[in-house]
Design a protein around this ligand. Structure first.
Ligand SMILES: Nc1ncnc2c1ncn2[C@@H]1O[C@H](COP(=O)(O)OP(=O)(O)OP(=O)(O)O)[C@@H](O)[C@H]1O
Ligand SMILES: [Mg+2]
Length: 349
């Protein structure tokens, strides 16, 4: 907190209160003192606990104490306004009704735009996957065709049996490709956060990135720590890793090494990194690479949304991303995730 910080109390922990929490807790010099709701099951209360923000049942406890100077009423309850006016500390201001609704609408609008950008980036990526997908589906299809032609003339039952197994395996490979891609392309479901295994997500991302970039001359090294799990949205994390891996491979112009690493520090801090021995990023570009639409790639190759989306996801998770790079040597993007107590079960992978 600084001398100029605004100390806010949010009254109402439904959709509006939760959206305000999400917006305001990220803003410097804004201190959310607490949130109150008479319904103990209101969704914003749990979110506030996750963010270590005070939760109160009684509105007057919240607005009288703790030096609140701005009260935001999102209850929609007409009797709340006179109650707040009667109970508040002198000098504290109240935003209610239309003003708070407007703010909430702006927040909703902003998060809708972010979701659209996120989806646009994924779909733009899928366009460049087309050739890779066609190649990978065509291989097992050719195999199936060859085996089926053999089977038509085959008399030996043991061989028929063996080839039928090969066909089944080839079909399974094709459906695995389709499953990975449809899962990747879909919109984020509930946005629910669960425990996600980063090693599994990196592997899944590598399978998907293979359709966008050729890994033929790239040596992939995996250095995974056991139990590298974090709390987050599995679809968003997948997209983060697909973007980092795609960038890394695109930076390797001829031959090189892509290193995927996860690390769990003794204090429980989990991190993941994607390194390449590619072209590197000049120092003067460091401040620009996370900006939306910044790209050095030719039209059709890059939209410049990849790292912007990576940053949005990681900031939302309250993690950190740092980049180390030397021109002509290579680049490492490292993500440090916030610490969590592993109380929830793992996401279905
Ligand atoms: N691993 C890397 N090595 C070198 N340069 C990189 C690396 N990752 C990112 N960059 C630089 O940062 C820029 C922005 O990356 P970003 O992923 O946001 O967009 P993009 O890859 O150009 O397009 P796309 O929207 O398709 O991802 C890139 O154009 C590139 O100049
Ligand atoms: Mg990119």
């Amino acid at each position: 907190m600084t001398a100029n910080s605004t100390r806010i109390a949010i009254i109402g922990a439904g959709k509006g209160g939760t959206a305000l929490l999400e917006l305001l807790h990220q803003i410097p010099d804004v201190d959310i003192v607490g949130i109150a709701d008479k319904d103990p099951t209101a969704p914003g209360l749990q979110r506030a606990r996750d963010l270590n923000i005070r939760v109160e049942r009684e509105v007057h406890d919240l607005i009288r104490n703790h030096g609140v100077n701005l009260i935001m009423d999102v209850t929609g309850d007409p009797s709340m306004s006179p109650f707040i006016q009667a109970m508040k500390r002198p000098g504290s201001e109240v935003l209610s009704g239309a003003t708070t609704r407007l703010l909430w609408k702006l927040v909703q609008h902003q998060s809708k735009l972010e979701a659209e950008l996120f989806q646009a980036d994924k779909l733009a990526g899928l366009g460049s996957f087309a050739a890779g997908i066609a190649h990978d589906i065509n291989n097992p299809l050719q195999l199936i065709l060859g085996l089926a032609e053999n089977l038509a003339d085959e008399q030996d039952l043991a061989v028929v049996h063996e080839q039928a197994c090969d066909i089944t395996e080839a079909v399974k490979r094709t459906s695995a490709i389709c499953r990975d891609l449809t899962r990747y392309a879909r919109r984020n479901g509930t946005g629910e956060e669960v425990m996600v295994n980063l090693n599994t997500k990196l592997d899944e991302a590598l399978r998907i990135a293979r359709y966008a970039v050729t890994l033929q001359d790239v040596t992939v090294v995996k250095r995974y720590a056991e139990d590298a799990t974090v709390r987050g949205n599995p679809d968003e994390l997948l997209h983060v890793f697909v973007n980092l891996i795609t960038n890394a491979v695109q930076a390797i112009q001829t031959r090189g090494t892509l290193t995927l690493q996860t690390h769990v520090a003794p204090d429980g801090q989990v991190s993941a990194s994607v390194s390449d021995t590619g072209c590197g990023i000049p120092k003067e570009a460091f401040s620009k690479i996370f900006e939306p639409l910044y790209t050095t790639k030719p039209p059709g190759k890059g939209t410049g949304l990849g790292l912007y989306n990576v940053m949005s996801v990681i900031s939302k998770m309250e993690g950190h991303i740092c980049v180390e790079s030397d021109v002509g040597v290579g680049t490492t993007f490292r993500i440090e995730f916030p610490q969590v107590q592993p109380t929830t079960s793992c996401a279905p992978q």
